[in-house]
Design a protein. Structure first.
Length: 506
């Protein structure tokens, strides 16, 4: 201890001497840059290409859905699923679901220790040191989005150090999308805030998803009506790029032969009857062993989900792995604490969205969401009126401050957010596509903490228009009550009868 103090004192005097001489360690590095263009480290979500045999002679990109399997394999399997449901052959149906899922996602399987079964990965490409950050400030961090966010965060830290040294900047802007926000929570938990000039979360998964919480508690219910709502939403807003493009070939194949409704109905009927078998044979080995998916499970669903899906000594190591993220950086109070701390030390901007249900796989999919993640969770605590609903006229915000935080369309009350002055809401911005470059520029170019009051062009509530422009949100007429037919299975039975009749004819 004595020695430590002495050497600290010695070091201090050297530092004082050096700075007195006006040299400074930083200047001696020779490539310091203090320009206004702070490099941006982008941390994307699920859907970035993974690589087979990365760095090896046979390297190639693999997508989320194996597209080479679509045309040859999917159609006969889907026919089998529908036929099994129509004839109530439950075990055959479960096997057909298994064949479909393995055909599409088998290449991404992870074992019970959280290790990829195939040589598929994505380790961050090294920073391009030739990149001119003043003309191109974006540095894309890539990672294996199936894996433990704490591990990905350690790789992110290395990447940030490389960007700093390549650009001569002492800090970066950290811009996260979707799962990227989860990795950034892992980063803040382990590496704190000193290297970050501003943290921006866009439709972030830092507080989990109700959808995943429900599914991981075996609450499954496919909803054809919401599926139809999705089709409409994508028709209006989705481009050909983004993660959705990966699923489009599948949708095209099924739609082309009129099988979407029949498939949804068949899957629902089968799942109601062979849910445990489908979980044991297919969902657990294919998806539940992705450590990252456990980062999407909200706190209130977490322990029961572990009991439901990961019981027994087989999963001792895996449970320790996912607990490490969940309890140090994961959904719930930890992420909120990390973000609150971040806001004290650096600039923090949170961008959420509403206007869509979550995906139609769970009984309570009809919540305010961006098409995937709950609005309340990604905004860290907004109060919403309920999907397609409005607050009553004369509604007063739950937390009084000197501002109005109720959206002009009476659908969102931002006063309950963790950071109400620095949380934006983009109405009708679906999760999988985000291309609002001027808004990002506004956030990163702000010298001080940007707030929802800083620029009238970017108030707290913005609306995404189909031509991919954004305008301040306006009051709207109260939405009509959306009525959802509860008779989807009945409709499916009609389809089955038609198929059976067709089979008997031919
Ligand atoms: Zn610079
Ligand atoms: Zn306020």
């Amino acid at each position: 201890m004595k020695y430590f103090r002495k050497s600290t004192a010695l070091l201090l005097s050297v530092v004082l001497l050096v700075s007195a001489l006006g040299i400074g360690f930083r200047a001696s590095a020779g490539n310091r840059c203090s320009c206004a263009e702070i490099p941006r480290v982008m941390v994307d979500g699920i859907g970035v290409a993974l690589h087979y045999d990365q760095g090896g002679p046979d390297e190639y990109d693999v997508s989320v859905v194996a597209p080479e399997n679509l045309k040859e394999q999917v159609l006969p399997i889907v026919t089998n699923i529908i036929a099994a449901a129509a004839t109530r052959s439950w075990d055959k149906g479960a096997d057909a679901i298994s064949a479909l899922a393995y055909g599409l996602f088998g290449h991404l399987q992870v074992d019970e220790y959280g290790v990829s079964v195939n040589p598929v990965t994505n380790f961050a490409k090294p920073v391009n040191t030739q990149q001119n950050h003043q003309t191109n400030p974006k540095y894309e961090f890539s990672y294996d989005w199936r894996m433990d966010p704490m591990e990905s965060a350690a790789l992110l830290n290395q990447y940030i150090q490389e960007v700093k040294s390549a650009t001569g900047h002492s800090q970066v802007n950290l811009i996260a999308f979707s799962e990227g926000s989860m990795v950034c929570m892992g980063y803040f938990a382990q590496f704190q805030y000193d290297d970050i000039a501003q943290y921006i979360s866009i439709m972030g998964a830092h507080n989990g998803l109700t959808l995943v919480g429900e599914l991981f508690n075996k609450h499954i219910d496919l909803n054809g009506t919401i599926a139809a709502e999705y089709m409409r939403a994508y028709g209006r807003f989705a481009g050909d790029d983004g993660a959705f493009a990966l699923f489009k070939p599948l949708a095209d194949v099924l739609e082309g032969v009129g099988l979407v409704d029949a498939l949804v109905g068949a899957l629902n009927l089968l799942l109601k009857n062979v849910q445990d078998k489908v979980f044991a044979d297919t969902l657990i080995p294919l998806f539940v062993q992705w450590p990252a998916l456990w980062g999407f499970v909200p706190h209130e669903y977490y322990e029961s989900a572990k009991q439901t899906l990961l019981s027994g000594p087989k999963y001792d190591d895996f449970r320790a792995l996912i607990d490490n993220f969940h309890y140090k950086a994961g959904p719930g109070y930890k992420a909120d604490t990390l973000l609150a701390n971040a806001a004290k030390k650096t600039k923090v901007s949170i961008v959420a969205s509403y206007g869509f249900p979550t995906q139609p796989f769970a009984p309570n999919s009809l919540i305010d969401a961006d098409g995937l993640i709950d609005t309340a969770r990604e905004s860290c605590g907004a109060t919403t009126a309920g999907l397609f609903k409005t607050f009553p006229q004369g509604y007063t915000q739950k937390v009084a401050d000197e501002h109005n935080h109720v959206s002009p369309d009476l659908r969102v009350d931002a006063s309950t957010c963790l950071l109400p002055e620095q949380t934006w809401f983009l109405k009708n911005q679906i999760h999988f596509t985000f291309g609002f470059a001027p808004f990002l520029d506004f956030l990163v170019s702000s010298k001080n903490q940007p707030t929802v009051w800083a620029d009238p062009a970017y108030p707290q509530f913005l609306t995404h228009l189909p031509n991919n422009t954004f305008v301040p949100t306006q009051p709207e007429a109260p939405a009509k009550t959306v009525s959802l037919p509860q008779s989807f299975l009945a409709l499916f039975d009609v389809v089955c009868q038609l198929i059976i009749a067709k089979v008997q004819e031919g």
